[in-house]
Design a binder for this molecule. Structure first.
Ligand SMILES: [Zn+2]
Ligand SMILES: [Zn+2]
Length: 342
């Protein structure tokens, strides 16, 4: 089959090559990949040479079961599925605490071969069936939406709250969708890219701030807002200190963006105002299932965030372009499209 593999070089390239078709191990199926999202974490891992030579990334996927292991129900063949990339034994301390991504079980497209390929093997237990009348590519968005649902869970928001979403990349935009699903009425989004700010308004932000013109502190002061929660999706060095400054009593700052830096945090308000600062990474199984359900029932219109679809051959270039995304929001690769010889 054709797959996008990492070249393993320090500058981080990928190329399309022929590799052996995957074979399902015990308990597994092979999925013909219909769509797979190009995630910021893929771009980051490739750019920083964090992936080995030959690794196949791609963890935001949907497709159709084409083969099953001998111990898996053969009736699954032909089923349209969303694939939860996160493994998890369900028994270890990490799994029991709702953090299966910390389990030693490998994750599809992260620590085992992923879906930037025509086919991918995955445990049958990680499949979520998708009704036939739903465009199968829509549920490739279940993974980033699950990330957002998990983060919003930690934010402890209630209907009627005002919440700030700091950063309007793909995760920030999914967080806006998740906040709407949670009944939050005032959703303030802060970002820099005009295209992404427009997307924030389109998916339901009530206020959209251009942080190059007005800071979140100025905006909160002018509007008399004290936030019940801030979801930090920007990785900007000033984001957490800004967030803590605009949180109301009992407010929660949830760090969702992967950021390498350290920031000063005033501890006294955490104590005297009963605030919390918490990190959110990935999601638990129930978040993924809920995300698929929100998409297939039409409650979450996350497919509107897709700005471009590409075939496998164009995927290495698309990963490069996402290094400086500008107006681009989300790209899906469609591995079944025109198998152009490489
Ligand atoms: Zn992702
Ligand atoms: Zn486990």
């Amino acid at each position: 089959m054709k797959a996008v593999v990492c070249t393993g070089t320090a500058d981080g390239g990928t190329s399309v090559v022929d590799v052996p078709d995957p074979v399902p191990a015990a308990g597994e199926v092979v999925v013909e990949v219909e769509a797979c999202g190009l995630c910021g974490s893929d771009v980051h891992a490739v750019e920083h040479g964090q992936v080995g030579e030959g690794q196949i990334l791609g963890h935001e996927l949907s497709g159709r079961v084409v083969e099953v292991a001998r111990d898996v129900d053969a009736g699954l063949v032909g089923t349209a599925v969303a694939v939860n990339p996160i493994g998890g034994c369900g028994r270890c301390a990490a799994c029991v605490r709702g953090l299966p991504f910390r389990c030693s079980t490998p994750n599809v497209g992260i620590t085992r071969p992923g879906a930037f390929a025509q086919y991918v093997a995955a445990p049958a237990a990680q499949l979520v069936p998708v009704p036939g009348d739903v465009p199968l590519e829509w549920v490739a968005d279940a993974e980033p939406l699950a990330v957002a649902l998990a983060a919003v869970d930690l934010a402890r928001v209630r209907p009627g709250d005002a919440v700030l979403v700091y950063g309007v990349g793909p995760i920030g935009l999914n967080v806006i969708v998740a906040l709407q699903l949670a009944g939050v009425e005032r959703i303030v989004a802060a970002g820099r890219s005009p295209g992404r700010r427009a997307a924030a308004a389109a998916v339901g932000a009530t206020d959209v701030i251009d942080t190059r013109e007005v800071s979140v502190r100025e905006h909160a002061r002018a509007e008399g807002l004290s936030y019940a929660a801030v979801l930090e999706c920007s990785a900007a060095p000033s984001a957490v200190p800004d967030a803590m400054a605009v949180l109301g009593p009992g407010g929660v700052c949830v760090v969702v963006a992967l950021a390498p830096h350290e920031v000063p945090v005033a501890l006294f308000p955490l104590l005297s105002e009963g605030q919390a600062l918490v990190g959110s990474c990935a999601f638990d199984t129930h978040h993924y299932r809920a995300a698929v359900d929100h998409i297939v029932t039409g409650r979450a219109g996350t497919h509107t965030l897709v700005s471009e679809e590409v075939d496998l051959v164009s995927t290495p270039d698309a990963l490069q372009r996402l290094r400086t995304p500008g107006e681009l929001v989300r790209i899906l690769t469609r591995p079944q499209w025109a198998a152009v010889p490489v």
